[in-house]
Design a protein around this ligand. Structure first.
Ligand code: KG4
Ligand code: ZN
Length: 359
């Protein structure tokens, strides 16, 4: 079965063609970064207008790259929640029009859940396909808008175990990058700075958010504020001693040290919640058989390394998406849409765009 996927929930207009739920024949993403850059954040009205202009050219490009005509599509999947309502409406309307005119099934897909599907996608027969996922699995989504843990019992059954109570992890990286004077979107730039030769991740001991005993929720705003105070000083406090800081012995931390120390604390918080979730499940007799991950922050080099380490320690396979499928894309939408269709779940023309996630 060949599924055409559409994704327009935020600031990426994306279309993809996926065969058999896992093989990506094409994945086209038109980023709007240049439109929102000067505002240092996504402007919803600009985003929806840009989606309307780009959605059909992006679909055409995805079909061309897959070498297929519209007539060869078996179903249309669309990310219909959560996201910016104006942006979602563009994708949902386009998907309905395409499915209706082709006489093919339409299926709505939750964008956050779809991030957890990105790790099972592969590109062609020659690249090693990831193994089938054994359920139940633990799922971690860390992106610019979402930070959640899920218990995934099948591709149709997701239970949210916890979520951020303030900033999303990617949002915290972006704000931290702004504090450090890095360009938007900051997450990848902070990652690069933290990996510079000589960066000392022990330069500043930032707090690792635990929240209540046993809590599976996340909090990143305290870490962000700690970074702000470490870099600029605590308001009202005596001025910090020392000068510019190049990170040498006895000198104040350099920007790369702040970046590495911040990244270390942020990753430690995510790993801590994964371990807690595994232990909490074991206490109720549930043994996870895999860890699914996704969202823009799973592109982070340190987080990827630590996820693999925790998986090895717990004897669990970790599904890490390829870098281009960590961030928003339509291949993950087409893939999870395929699984919904296979489970007999199909939507009708009443499918609506919804700003919130399903659970
Ligand atoms: O999944 P995504 O494209 O958007 C949402 O659905 O929210 O994720 C974008 C987020 C941004 O906050 C970006 O800074 C962050 O992912 N990100 C990273 C890295 N690459 C992208 N954060 C840390 N390290 C990275 N290498
Ligand atoms: Zn996303």
């Amino acid at each position: 079965m060949i599924v055409l996927g559409l994704e327009t929930s935020c600031d990426e207009t994306a279309a993809a063609v996926v065969e058999g739920g896992r093989r990506v024949l094409s994945s086209v993403v038109a980023s709007q970064t240049e439109l929102h850059e000067k505002y240092a954040g996504v402007v919803p009205e600009l985003a929806s207008r840009a989606h309307a202009e780009r959605v059909l050219p992006v679909v055409r490009e995805a079909l061309a790259q897959a070498g297929l005509g519209l007539g060869m599509i078996d179903a249309v999947a669309v990310g219909n929640r959560p996201g910016l309502i104006g942006s979602l409406l563009v994708g949902v309307s386009a998907a309905k029009a395409l499915a209706w005119s082709l006489g093919k099934p339409l299926v709505g897909v939750d964008h956050v859940r779809a991030h957890l599907y990105a790790g099972v996608l592969h590109e062609d027969e020659s690249s090693a396909a990831p193994p089938e996922v054994a359920f139940p699995a633990l799922g971690l989504v860390v992106s610019g808008g979402h930070t959640s843990l899920y218990e995934v019992s099948s591709w149709s059954s997701f239970r949210r175990l916890g979520a951020t109570i303030d900033d999303a992890m990617g949002e915290a990286f972006d704000k931290a990058a702004t504090i450090l004077g890095l360009a938007y979107p900051g997450g990848p730039n902070l990652d690069r700075l933290a990996n510079e030769a000589g960066a000392n991740d022990a330069a500043v001991e930032f707090p690792i958010s635990r929240l209540g005993k046993g809590s599976l929720d996340f909090s990143f705003s305290g870490l962000k504020t700690s970074l702000l105070y470490a870099v600029r000083g605590v308001p009202g406090a005596l001025p910090p001693r020392g000068g510019e800081g190049r990170g040498g012995v006895g000198e104040p931390p350099a920007p790369r040290d702040f970046a590495a120390s911040f990244q270390k604390a942020a990753c430690a918080a995510a790993i801590l919640k994964i371990e807690r979730a595994i232990d909490a499940a074991a206490a109720r007799g549930v043994s996870y058989r895999a860890v699914l991950t996704g969202g823009g922050v799973t592109a982070n080099t340190r987080l990827r390394r630590e996820l693999l380490t925790v998986g090895a320690r717990r004897g669990l396979p970790v599904f890490l998406p390829r870098l281009e499928w960590c961030v928003d894309n339509a291949a993950m939408i087409a893939g999870l849409g395929y699984q919904r269709l296979r489970a007999g779940e199909c939507d009708d023309w009443s499918l609506a765009a919804q700003p919130t996630t399903a659970a």
